[in-house]
Ligand binder design. Sequence first.
Ligand code: ZN
Length: 862
Amino acid sequence: MGGYLDQDAPAPPTGPTAPAETAEAWHPFQSRTEFDFAYHHYVKAESSASEIQTQLDFWSAICAPLGSTPRWQNEKDMYRTIDKVQVGGVPWHVYKIRYQGPIPANSPPKWMTQAYELCVRDARAVVHEQLRSSDFKDQISYLPYRHFNHHGKRVFSNLMSGEWAWQQANTIAEDPETHGSMFVPIVAGSDKTTVSVASGHQEYHPVYMSPGNLTNTARRGHGSAVLPVAFLPIPRAKRRQREKPEFKRFCRQLYHEALRITFAPLAAHMITPDIVKCPDGHFRRAIYGLGPYIADYPEQVWLSAVVSNWCPKCDAKPSDLDSPDATRRSREKTDAYCSRLETKVLWTDFGIRDDYRPFMHSFPRADIHQLLAPDLLHQVIKGTFKDHVVEWVNQYILLEYGRVEGEAIIDDIDRRISAVPPFPGLRRFPDGRDFHQWTGDDSKALMKVYLPAIAGYVPSDMVKCLRAFLEFCYTARRNSISADDLTRLQASLDDFHHYRQVFIETGVRMDTISLPRQHALSHYIRSITLFGSPNGLCSSITESKHIVAVKKPWRRSSRYHALSQMLTINLRIDKLRAAREVFAQRGMMEGTTASYEHFILSGGVPAPPAPPPQAEDPDDDDESPIAGPKVLSSIELARRRAFGYPRYLAQVTDHVGHPRLPELIQRFLYDQLNPNCSDDEPPPLHRCPTFSGRVDIFHSAVARFWSPSDFSGIGGMRRERIRSHPNWRGEYDRRDTVFIDTNADESGMRGMMVGRVFLFFSFKYDTTTYRCALIQWMVPAGDRPDEDTGLWVVRPEFLNGRANLAVISLDSISRAAHLIGTYGRAPIPEDLEFHQSLDAFRAFYVNRYVDHHSHEFLQGDE
Ligand SMILES: [Zn+2]
């Protein structure tokens, strides 16, 4: 089984290879050009057969005068080469499963006699494939860990930071047979998905898996962190048969049998160690274990063998799910009840079905009641927020104001939502809300701007209820959650439960609120201590996987017996990805295709320099994740100065229409040159340095910061562009708002001010270049956030009737701030455009829900 290595021992070499400059090195391709061609068309561009054919024809035409021909005559030739790639890709197999129960002698229904196909691949080989990738070398924990923040509080983030992995690893360590092995939890998820065809819909039921040792950001951001391992059979029956208990039971049994077969290859190595190659190149002994399982509520009901409308995690009665008297379910309890009690009692008193046993309970140490993962997408975002709270608020408005006025108010709420100022990453709702085709992303987008929109139209308790929910949601969605956050999470949930009574009091809900998806929130705190942050286990991960694993391959198939074609497409993509990684490790993917081939042709003289990276497009790049590791936050001006401005301060001042600019620059310079001067009174102007030289104007600045809870790069970094543009997209004057650090000793809004940027510019004084912003201060209204919304309110500041402007150093800006007008009780004008918002209102909410970074950033407020 191998001995122990020294901690610092180097990894073994990655395997014998031909020298990079020989054709064999590219096997089964003959050159970099061939590989790049295949990779580009198959993986990146997803070209159709006819597109590939056209490109091969071009290639042939270019080769003709040279007397040569391309490697491939047609796309099928190319596919044959890809199929010969030896690395990557685990092949698929088909299992046939049949009904095993009693079959009536006379004309049995078809579902009893038919064979069902389970498409599956070796789960063990899939984990090996995932763990082998060196992409994950900084994104993996080989051991469970307990992480504490600088206040000494436990922090839960990745799966391996939770108590469950810790306890599992302890159990493994206690057994002499498995002692010293690395624990590899298998995170799995399954979810039905539909592709539409002209003749109706085609359903698929993929199962995905991911090694739980990977970080949440890797699981959410990297293509091979989560891979399909099975497509479950979906039995069909005639309408008359569909409602029969035997058929329903069979469907569930088939489902569990298929899942048992899927994970069976791991079972032996849940007890005796397997040998796996890890991202750092080392081989380790591994013990597998089934880990958190990602599924929506209907599938959770199937997985845990509970009766519909019951909770799969506790025994609360369906009529009072949030009851404090409920106790947790467990595998042992369920088995004990099933061995002692009658089917009918199990069903009515405990919500347990005993006509099948959860597949997970055939595997060591696995308890489905515990392992069902929290599901932010269905329970929090689509369930509690969209289907419940938003729906109830609308019902309240119609009940309270009557149909005609109520609908007018709902329309105004839509207009308020459309009127929010633009912000990086904020989706616009140009025509208000349209609930057809509503997606999880739409709900997330609505959540960012909904609270200020209903304030004024609904009772204070309803606003507080929404706010408590948003606090819960934004805290639960964080990438790392501290023990203090858990306390806050519990407080938000208690507040939410308290304030949601308003929906009963106002007659929106009849008597109690007892809804399985909403109830699931009560189990979050325990799940987070067990499994870390829910955002590494959310069904949005499996849903987005559907696009690459099911929807795109389906579109590339001929649609006839599509599944086997889809599996082939997935397999080829995996092979090409793996081959690319091997080539890259050998230094064979340097430069562009052409620069590399020139380099080889010239016998290894230096390759022509790679083309410079594409210049940033200053118009369209509002925000993006950044690849690479966590680094300090920064802010810088756009790469290019804006054109069409005069060069010297006096003319610039006239051009931009801010006559006080020269004076404000003088005061800025005084502060810069006298950093320790703490005069409360500003110095007389004649004591300030004068400046009249060249000024460069910029239309934007870029802030970079660490924000792993938002959509960010694999290291959690993110960038956003802040704009101050006189004619944005040729349509309007856009002057964004920002947070300005004013007091490093205070947290949240108490250590910051908000400002609206009227100009980004730089100039040189003496020998120093200053990068600056001309801003109008926006001051807090009051010394605490608004009572109902919990949001700070700011007002643009005026002194003696004119805007209070200042020139500040760019470095004092931390990032963009999102402001939303305080709408009050009056409808907003029909023709108010979103870009007029910042000029149209006298006061603004500082929106802490616009993204996770803002939410954490403004934490210190309460
Ligand atoms: Zn429960």
